[in-house]
Design a protein around this ligand. Structure first.
Ligand code: HEM
Ligand SMILES: [Ca+2]
Ligand SMILES: [Ca+2]
Length: 305
């Protein structure tokens, strides 16, 4: 029952209120962009798009955000939602009328547009989930080491096909990664190849110098070495040059089943944008809650009512 303009009667200006708050946050730090996008992805893949990922742990409940796979979620992503929620709640008539899950969807749309990506209409009407357990994250999020079959299987479990998966992987056109996520590709890759042979040699050398053995584990590097602050299809051009950072990125070009799609979107940003919008809209529908039996509108995005 998601639809555009869901809040037309209760809070007609919600989209512009969120956009203003997100723009202000964006002007303070670029990390707002990748932080918010990844938060949205990790929310939707665990218990659906219900803001379960934003819940803070309590003495009685270890929440999703404290699962190892979520510890690297940037604080600025959470802060973006909290700031946008505060702006919505400060507007007469809108107080506690808009779900955190929907605010995250709008904020994600806004950061993508702010960083040069496509802008699109979002469907709204999600309720916030009533549960958030670290244990429910197990096996729900993709690993940087995944091959094409593993990626397709995990996305298919969320109703997303291979094209959706490839389009969404392009989110790695902005943002950062810690060195441990690709260390295996640049040191001791295999008996015969110290470096992953699908990796561009020069790029591998740069990665080795930014991420030497024993590097400080808090160091993070740009995932897109070419246009790290622009949401664009350069992600696919990088893959063509062996500059995909993770195994899961580069495999999209190495595997013959996905290569043609990468080539098409590398040369046609219009086609990529269209596929990306389709895939983001599908991602936003995953496991959505619309009944009071399984959701509500949180007063505080980080805590259950
Ligand atoms: C296809 C499978 C995917 C894998 C294996 C994967 C894995 C990863 C890993 C390992 C990181 C780096 C985390 C760190 O070290 O801090 C990362 C970052 C990121 N991922 Fe993905 N991801 C995938 C798909 C996606 C999708 C579908 C989206 C968005 C819809 C996305 C958005 C992001 C963003 C924006 C960042 C940067 C976060 C930041 O800079 O704070 N990823 N991903
Ligand atoms: Ca969720
Ligand atoms: Ca880029």
């Amino acid at each position: 029952q998601l639809r555009q303009n869901f809040y037309a009667n209760v809070c007609p200006n919600v989209e512009s209120i969120v956009r203003t708050a997100v723009t202000r946050k964006f002007q303070q730090t670029f990390v707002t962009v990748p932080g918010t996008i990844r938060l949205f992805f990790h929310d939707c893949f665990v218990d659906g798009c219900d803001a379960s990922v934003i819940i803070a742990s309590t003495p009685n409940n270890k929440a999703e955000k404290d699962h190892p796979d979520n510890l690297s979620l940037a604080g600025d992503g959470f802060d973006t939602v909290i700031k946008a929620k505060a702006a919505v709640d400060a507007t007469p008539g809108c107080t506690n009328k808009v779900s955190c899950a929907d605010i995250l969807v709008m904020a994600t749309r806004d950061v993508i547009a702010l960083s040069g990506g496509p802008s699109y209409s979002v469907e709204l009407g999600r309720l916030d989930g009533l549960s958030s357990k670290a244990s429910s994250v197990n096996g729900k999020l993709p690993k940087a080491s995944f091959n094409l079959d593993q990626l397709n299987a995990m996305f298919a479990a969320n109703g997303l096909n291979q094209n959706d998966m490839i389009a969404l992987s392009a989110c790695h056109t902005v943002g950062f990664s810690h060195c441990n996520q690709f260390q295996n590709r640049i040191f001791n890759f295999s008996r015969s190849n110290p470096i992953d042979p699908t990796l561009n040699r020069q790029y591998a050398g740069q990665l080795q110098s930014m991420c030497p053995r024993g590097v400080d584990p808090t160091i993070a590097i740009n995932m897109d070495p070419t246009t790290p602050r622009t949401f664009d299809n350069v992600y696919f051009q990088n893959l063509q040059q062996g500059k995909g950072l993770f195994t899961s990125d580069q495999i999209l070009f190495t595997d013959g089943r996905s290569k043609a799609t990468v080539n098409t979107w590398a040369s046609n940003s219009q086609a990529f944008n269209q596929a990306f919008i389709t895939a983001m809209t599908k991602l936003g529908r995953v496991g959505v809650k619309t009944s009071p039996a399984n959701g509500n509108i949180r007063r505080d995005c980080g805590a259950f009512n």
